[in-house]
Design a protein around this ligand. Structure first.
Ligand SMILES: [Zn+2]
Length: 317
């Protein structure tokens, strides 16, 4: 990759983070605003512009060659628009055009947040050196992205690899997306917690009913907590096995809050995977925790912008 700087934006339902990132993935400047997610679209955009304005005030701004955006989805990279579920003011919002305008007509690359995380893990994290990888974020929702033949595979609209909404339970519970039995409906943090509570698990004196609290209980051997994680692991395993069988990935990386649960998740996940990933070409599939921290979205958005810059230059042999 070039050593030019790019500007990166990581846009979610709670915060809008921005950074100037160099060709080695190092963050050289930062800016951040809360996402005014309940406001109208132009008010949300003003928060993005404030982040860009702060970055543009940096003496490094003159070296910036492109802007990469990783946004909560769905996104439509082909149209340059976003419609994040948690930002109702943005529906088909022309984010790329607005950011290009705010950034002095620099080229802008838009990808979904799951694809951004994947770009980061492939560049700097757990999927580094793997040409065929599935990277997932398992937290409030379940997202993901693909690296195929050594390259990020965002798909035409920037959403490819969205494993959270693959159905793994044909007659399962309705999912907010409109389908049934989606991986997310079974394996997301809130669903792990809900299932444990429904089956009789009760939180400790602190009243914490998060998936992290269920994970802590599972670590102490609480059978209901263990069972809720086993069910989540089974859904993840089925989704990963399907993906591996379709496109021959050799590693699946799992990040997000649920991905931090450790053996409570990964032990049953690897066991379940052995039951679903049965054909010879998927049997060696590794499942590992993510390595990138909270900057993964920014680093991934930067990777997308840097790749675009590299693609725009004539190929050299
Ligand atoms: Zn769904």
């Amino acid at each position: 990759m070039h050593t030019d700087l790019v500007a990166a934006l990581d846009i979610g339902g709670t915060k809008i983070a921005g950074a100037l990132v160099d060709g080695h993935g190092r963050i050289q400047a930062r800016a951040q605003r809360a996402t005014p997610a309940r406001e109208d679209g132009d008010t949300v955009m003003r928060a993005v512009e404030a982040v860009l304005g702060e970055l543009a005030a940096s003496p490094l701004w003159g070296r910036v060659t492109a802007v990469g955006i990783g946004s909560a989805g769905p996104v439509d990279a082909s149209a340059g628009t976003v419609s994040p579920v948690n930002v109702p003011g943005w529906r088909g919002y022309p984010l790329v055009r607005r950011v290009r305008h705010a950034a002095g007509d620099l080229p802008v690359e838009l990808i979904g947040d799951g694809v951004a995380i994947t770009a980061a893990e492939h560049w700097q994290g757990a999927a580094r050196g793997h040409d065929n990888a599935l990277c997932m974020v398992v937290s409030t929702g379940v997202g993901g992205g693909l690296v195929l033949s050594g390259r990020l595979h965002p798909g035409p609209t920037g959403n490819a690899g969205h494993i959270g909404h693959i159905s793994v339970d044909l007659d399962g519970d309705p999912c907010p997306c409109g389908a049934r039995g989606c991986v997310e409906r079974i394996a997301s943090g809130p669903n792990i917690a809900r299932r444990a509570l429904d089956a009789g698990w009760r939180p400790g004196p602190d009243g914490d009913t998060s998936a992290a609290a269920v994970a802590a209980a599972a670590r102490l051997g609480d059978p209901v907590a263990v069972a809720s994680f086993e069910r989540a692991a089974q859904a993840l395993a089925a989704g990963i096995a399907a993906t591996a069988t379709l496109v021959e990935i050799d590693i699946a990386v799992i990040g997000g809050g649920v991905g931090k649960a450790g053996d409570v998740l990964f032990a049953p996940l690897r066991k379940a995977l052995a039951g679903y990933a049965t054909l010879s070409f998927v049997q060696r599939l590794a499942v590992v925790p993510a390595q990138m921290g909270t900057d993964a979205g920014l680093v991934g958005a930067a990777a997308a912008a840097l790749t675009r810059t590299a693609d725009a230059t004539p190929a050299r042999v």
